[in-house]
Design a protein. Structure first.
Length: 405
């Protein structure tokens, strides 16, 4: 009898495992959901634009699911058009392409912006994907102009591009602040360097990356959020974690930016120092992830396991880990890809994936923008959607390659 019960339990376990949704089916389901959600988001944006007499961009949905918008100058303005391009890439739907063009081209004037470092986020996600998928020469021109604008923020004495200018009161005390997020904006410089042949853009990106590696990172592979420099001498004045639990803590999204950024640096340059650093970051993060893979908003919060998770950090990490798995030996590759899949499956679950018609058209729930500042806490955020879809496409491309497609 005991033997029969044991065999029955094995059979039930096997049946349960066999019923696990394939990654192919999961990807199809998520992109179908994204197409519907983003059409709703477009309609909500049009209604908001009429009320506010201008073109607006999605920022987040509040606790009641109501859309909160921004102008094109908000750092996240490129993520929604970028997400639309990714949906178009997967579906080939011309109606989605038209929406992607509509929301991309309103960002045109950002190409000449020199007073902010997030030109990379704003243009590379929108115009960058648009050019990659269409070859539109006007998009290429915007990308190259935007990279030249971003490069004006580079200070040779410091070896970095400046993040914020000292106008807002809360950053007036900093002399030359550089945040870890800025690693992501280096992709615009490297992309434009390849498109234009302007090697000076690549040199700015590489110098910034090397300086960041030296001054943002602790011996264990974790990163500060912000380093302030003396703009005359390049000396480090202060190391802080502004949006994290404490200056010495590992703010999850900051760790994700670094993992993605240094993986990207290796992707474009082949510099082994970037690959080694990305592996060091990954090997710091992976043992500290919760069982389902989605990190707490700060790895060192004193409220774990009762604190908030950050879907945005999880999505960024998943996308980075899929890419990083391409460049490392087989054992590490399988480990990184397995963790990425675990994160993706969790984000595609009912807990994180918005139901059709919910959250004003955003795709993922439960992200954390700035918890210490009390801004965008446990809400859908536009960049969560973007990196989640990118992670799925990267995973699919890798699976297709292994299958010989």
């Amino acid at each position: 009898m005991k033997k029969l019960l044991f065999l029955l339990s094995l059979g039930l376990l096997s049946a349960s495992c066999s019923r696990q949704e394939t990654m192919e089916a999961l990807t199809e389901r998520v992109f179908e959901r994204a197409a519907g959600q983003f059409a709703l988001l477009d309609a909500n944006l049009d209604a908001a634009a009429e009320e506010n007499a201008g073109q607006l961009c999605p920022r987040y949905a509040d606790a009641d699911g109501k859309l909160v918008t921004s102008s094109i100058w908000w750092w996240c303005s490129g993520f929604y058009p970028g997400s639309l391009w990714l949906v178009y890439e997967y579906t080939g739907d011309e109606a989605v392409k038209a929406l992607a063009e509509k929301h991309t081209e309103v960002l045109d004037s950002i190409q000449f912006r020199t007073n902010d470092h997030d030109v990379g986020f704003q243009l590379n996600c929108s115009y960058g994907n648009g050019f990659r998928l269409t070859g539109n020469p006007a998009y290429k021109e915007v990308l190259c102009n935007g990279a030249r604008s971003l490069a004006t923020r580079f200070n040779p004495a410091v070896g970095c591009t400046r993040s914020w200018d000292p106008a807002p009161d809360h950053i007036a005390a900093w002399k030359f602040p550089v945040i870890i997020d800025n690693m992501m904006n280096m992709e615009l410089l490297l992309n434009a360097a390849e498109l234009s042949g302007e090697d000076s853009l690549r040199l700015v990106a590489e110098t910034h990356a090397m300086t960041t590696m030296k001054n943002h990172y602790r011996p264990d592979g974790s990163s500060f959020h912000l380093v302030d420099y003396d703009p005359e001498t390049g000396d480090v004045l202060v190391q802080q974690t502004v949006q994290g639990f404490a200056d010495g803590s590992a703010w999850a999204r900051g760790q994700a930016w670094g993992l993605y950024g240094f993986t990207m640096m290796y992707q474009y340059t082949g510099g082994k120092q970037y690959l080694d650093h990305a592996v060091k970051i990954a090997d710091y993060l992976l043992p500290r992830l919760p069982e389902d893979g989605v990190p707490y908003w700060d790895f060192d919060s004193d409220r774990i396991p009762d604190d908030l998770r950050d879907a945005s950090a999880g999505a960024i990490m998943a996308s980075a880990l899929v890419q990083l798995s391409r460049y490392v030996p087989e054992g590490k590759s399988a480990e990184y890809l397995s963790v990425a899949e675990r994160i993706i499956r969790t984000l595609a679950s009912e807990k994180y994936l918005s139901a059709p018609g919910e959250e004003s058209g955003f795709l993922l729930k439960h992200s954390v923008g700035n918890k210490p500042g009390g801004v965008e806490v446990d809400v859908p955020l536009t960049y969560s959607d973007y990196y989640f879809l990118e992670a799925l496409l990267r995973y699919k491309a890798l699976s297709d390659k292994k299958a010989g497609f």
